[in-house]
Design a protein around this ligand. Structure first.
Ligand SMILES: NC(=O)c1ccc[n+]([C@@H]2O[C@H](COP(=O)([O-])OP(=O)(O)OC[C@H]3O[C@@H](n4cnc5c(N)ncnc54)[C@H](OP(=O)(O)O)[C@@H]3O)[C@@H](O)[C@H]2O)c1
Length: 478
């Protein structure tokens, strides 16, 4: 065991933990203790990176002894049971005032539970969402920590030192207490699902509408990346579309099996939104689109179902591509508006004081959804912190106003041509739903009252009412 003292430790040295440990070690003033369940990863990391000056530990006791007080350790192990086991082991060797940070992809109710249990021991527990994959962990992720104000005092400077920097500001903020950080990270991932699906639909519409090759469409995305759509996801889309398969010479996108995987954070976002009563239709459609793609037997069974009888060619390719760009931007505004709604509803439900503008700022660097666009969201919340609907903020309302005709043309084209565009079309339906003067929800209330006496309210006077449907059909006040 080393007699050197570390100011921060990392437990779990697979790709994310090892990269985060290297990131920490590269920052001025940090000495990093490292521990992994099996010894091999620790030895490999320490021998491959002598420049990092790691302090290796081979037991939790050694790990605790190597850390200066208050001890601070970041856990980067598999989410679920492995995280619980690691927390239990650290609680055994840590003392009141020490800080345990879970940097894995925990489900936020687990973080709320863990925070409550660890707090009983006097140890601080912080659930921190870390976004940016392995590259982000190494060079600067976007970090979304929850936990107590007390732990933020110690942890804040350390996390600021390793986070990505966007426009001079570190991409980390104290999101709120207990599970707030993991909640926001979950919604981030949900928005990421929607953003990716919308881009994929845009690609599909252009390809099937114009017959352009993936390489030609890559140039379109590269061009879009110079405008209001500028983002990491648009940038990497161009890279993926440009790539040719070495084995066949075909565009790589044509040899990749068209079944999208998922690790579950999109589903969590949608499940949580359903519980909160927040319509996140863009995220839901994106999650369902991945599920649909991954049922080959059903796709096979559906292959011969009839489609449109006539092909609907695009007559003006340039105008069509511009329409798709505008539809993409409009749908993206809806997806982010819905995601921020979910955060606002989660904050109200769980008692978190979340600064939505600050969240949009910490997503500007390090994470997968990083984009110029997030500055516009930050500006909208700076102007009106209690904004009830992000897409109604002046900048976004204006952008939607400019794009909505194109958006409708694209959805009509997709429908007529039999091209699935679930995220484009559900976002438009959401937009029109919120805009509507009257919704057929009135009829739904009438139906509910008919079969279940669920009552309804009236437009012209207060109170709840019921029609005696199986009687004389007169109305009574409920
Ligand atoms: N934010 C992102 O972009 C991003 C990307 C990837 C992953 N993550 C999250 O970051 C965390 C780490 O991810 P990863 O891909 O580096 O690793 P991982 O494959 O999720 O987990 C492997 C690590 O967990 C340890 N482990 C497994 N079971 C354990 C147990 N019962 N007790 C103690 N340690 C145990 C392993 O130790 P051994 O070496 O002994 O097996 C190894 O260090 C995960 O929560 C993951 O979801 C985030």
């Amino acid at each position: 065991m080393s007699d050197r003292t570390a100011n921060i430790g990392v437990v779990g040295l697979a790709v994310m933990g090892a990269n985060l440990a290297r990131n920490l070690a590269s920052r001025e003033g940090n000495t990093v203790a490292v521990l992994n369940r099996s010894r091999g990863r620790t030895d490999a990391l320490v021998s491959e990176h002598p420049e990092a000056g790691f302090v290796p530990a081979y037991s939790y006791e050694e790990f605790a002894a190597s850390l200066a007080k208050p001890r601070t350790a970041i856990i980067m192990v598999q989410a679920g049971a492995a995280t619980d086991a690691t927390i239990d082991a650290l609680v055994e060797v840590f003392e009141p005032g020490d800080i345990i940070v879970d940097g894995g992809n925990a489900y936020f109710p687990d973080t709320i539970r863990r925070e409550r249990a660890v707090r009983e021991t006097g140890i601080n527990f912080v659930g921190a969402g870390i976004s940016g994959g392995e590259e982000g962990a190494l060079n600067g992720p976007s970090i979304m920590p929850g936990g107590s104000d007390e732990s933020w005092v110690t942890l804040g400077p350390i996390l600021k030192s390793i986070a990505a920097v966007a426009e001079g500001e570190p991409c980390v903020t104290h999101v709120g207490h207990d599970g707030a950080g993991h909640f926001v990270k979950m919604v981030h991932n949900g928005i990421e699902y929607a953003d990716m699906q919308l881009i994929a639909e845009a690609y599909d519409l252009i390809r099937r509408g114009t017959g352009k090759s993936p390489a030609e469409i890559a140039e379109i995305f590269a061009e879009w990346n110079r405008g209001e759509l500028e983002s990491y996801l648009i940038e990497i889309t161009a890279e993926v579309l440009r790539q040719n398969d070495a084995a066949t010479g075909e565009p790589l996108v044509d040899v990749i099996l068209d079944q999208a995987g998922a690790k579950g954070t999109g589903a969590w976002t949608v499940q949580t939104a359903l519980s909160l009563g927040v319509p996140v239709s863009g995220i839901a459609e994106a999650t369902f689109a991945r599920s649909l793609s991954s049922h080959p037997e059903q796709r096979e069974a559906a292959r011969d179902l009839p489609g449109p009888s006539t092909a609907t060619p695009v007559d003006d390719e340039i105008a069509f591509v511009e329409d798709v760009r505008q539809a993409l931007y409009a749908s993206k505004i809806v997806a982010y508006s819905q995601g921020f709604d979910e955060i606002r509803a989660g904050a109200a439900e769980y008692g978190w004081n979340i600064d939505l503008g600050a969240i949009s700022k910490i997503w500007r660097g390090g994470c997968i959804i990083r984009a110029q666009f997030l500055n516009r969201i930050a500006e909208a919340y700076a102007e009106q912190p209690e904004l009830p609907l992000l897409m109604a903020a002046p900048y976004f309302a204006d952008a939607l106003g400019r794009g909505q005709e194109a958006w409708r043309r694209v959805v009509v084209h997709a429908t007529n041509a039999g091209i699935p565009a679930p995220a484009f079309s559900s976002s438009l339906a959401y937009y029109d739903g919120l805009r509507a003067e009257r919704l057929p929800a009135a009829l739904v209330q009438g139906q509910r009252d008919f079969f279940g006496a669920h009552t309804y309210r009236r437009v012209d006077r207060a109170g709840s009412f019921h029609t005696l449907w199986s009687g004389d059909r007169s109305e009574v006040e409920a």
